[in-house]
Design a binder for this molecule. Structure first.
Ligand code: PMP
Length: 412
């Protein structure tokens, strides 16, 4: 049964049973309305209340300042690879247009803007498969001449991911439309230990965008250092189907489609335009209110569990990750942790077992017999990956650590 299993899958991830029970009841009959939550109109007061409450709880849990907007979108984290590039380039053009102080119907204004566009850069820090995909999407949409790879961790690491390049090697552009990075690389098990020093707000404040799909809600974030943050719900927040964008209001304005065409720059489909989605409180089109409901219940539970909000969860996440890493480190002749110690993810713990895939198969099989599942590594990287998201309890992490010890003793 469900209570016998601790599921360490990388996403979709385990959801709290109490939340699923509530969602199951709501799916049949929401608040005694005789209609389920997935049947009620997204234009109903019920939907708006669910959306607004989830937003307010997210603001409270993460301490999001007033000058930020939150919206729920669809298309997963992958849609945001395109949406972030489109919107931040659009906003960059809006700013350049303001600086030029002309009219877009005026030839000389357009010429000035065209020459500015020659220097347009979108900066990417590549530390794993997900930031790599985001950068590749920007190259596809805007051309590689507009994409600057600030750093690529494979360069000084034998072509492999697993480190975060030292900031003194980073090659940041001047006036980039955004500097993009992935705070936690789910596949490669690499997490930024904290906010990069060289991106901290200063006189030429960099515009920083981060993918936090796999570590959101697990540690404190200095929100005001970011211009935007996004994350799919399906790891730490809720069920698959919604993606959350937190964006500073000043970066919303977009230029006209006509101006973008004159500058030969692509314009986003409306559905990817943050300004439009936010103006409509995430209801520009039919949103999956069920998924927002589930996310809202997870947030309520986290707020109840941790009176000190995300700080409380940060301590717990750290404790669980340390327990698992320490146990792996205790058997260096058996286990090999893949990423560099300084860049190890608290969320996705990636390791290999000496003896290769046959021993790893045995590890997975034995783990499953004691109810520890979802540990199989990524299909390309192989090995073992234990995803230690918020829904893994301390007891669940202890159970895994004990199993890691026992397996090592029996197979060493
Ligand atoms: N970013 C990260 C860090 C991810 O882990 C994932 C998915 N696992 C994505 C983006 C892509 O998300 P989706 O599958 O929802 O498009």
């Amino acid at each position: 049964s469900r209570s016998d299993i601790t599921y360490f899958g990388a996403g979709p991830a385990l959801l709290p049973t109490a939340v699923l029970e509530e969602a199951a009841a709501a799916l049949l009959n929401y608040n005694a309305t005789g209609l389920g939550i997935a049947e009620h109109s997204h234009r109903s007061e019920i939907a708006t209340t669910i959306i607004n409450e989830a937003k307010a709880d997210l603001v409270s849990y993460l301490d999001i300042p007033d000058d930020y907007e939150i919206c729920f979108m669809q298309g997963g984290g992958s849609a945001q690879f395109s949406a972030m590039a489109y919107n931040f380039v659009g906003n960059w053009v809006t700013r350049k247009y303001k600086e030029v102080q002309g009219s877009e119907s005026d030839e000389s204004t357009v010429l000035k803007l065209k020459s500015a566009v020659e220097n347009l850069k979108i900066d990417y820090i590549i530390t794993g498969g997900w930031s790599q995909k985001a950068a590749a999407e920007a190259e596809r949409l805007f051309g590689s001449e507009h994409v600057n790879i600030v750093a690529d961790s494979r360069k000084a690491n034998d072509g492999k991911f697993g480190t975060i390049p030292s900031e003194d090697t980073w090659n940041l552009s001047h006036d980039a439309a955004m500097v993009y990075y992935c705070d936690n690389e789910t596949v490669h098990g690499v997490e930024f230990p904290g906010f990069p020093k060289c991106l901290e707000p200063g006189p030429d404040r960099p515009i920083v965008v981060a993918d936090m799909s796999s570590n959101i809600l697990s540690r404190r974030i200095p929100i005001s250092n970011f211009s935007a943050i996004f994350f799919g719900a399906q790891k730490n927040l809720g069920s698959t189907g919604i993606t959350v964008v937190i964006i500073q209001k000043q970066f919303l304005p977009q230029p006209s489609a006509a101006l973008m065409r004159k500058l030969a720059l692509p314009i986003p489909p409306r559905i990817f335009e943050f300004e439009t989605i936010i103006k409509n409180n995430s209801l520009y089109n039919t949103l999956s209110v069920l998924d927002v409901f589930i996310a809202g219940r997870v947030l309520k539970q986290l707020l109840l569990q941790h009176p000190d909000k995300v700080q409380g969860q940060q301590i717990l996440s750290q404790k669980k990750a340390q327990l698992i890493y320490k146990t792996l480190e205790a058997y260096p002749t058996i286990y090999q942790i893949i990423p560099d110690k300084a860049a190890r993810s608290r969320m996705n713990i990636c390791f290999r077992i000496k003896g290769g895939s046959a021993v790893e198969e045995l590890f997975l099989k034995d783990a499953a017999t004691v109810g520890l599942t979802g540990l199989k590594g990524h299909r390309e990287l192989k090995g073992i990956r234990a995803s230690n998201y918020n829904s893994i309890s301390l007891e669940g992490a202890e159970k895994l650590a004990n199993f890691i010890s026992t397996f090592a003793s029996q197979n060493g």
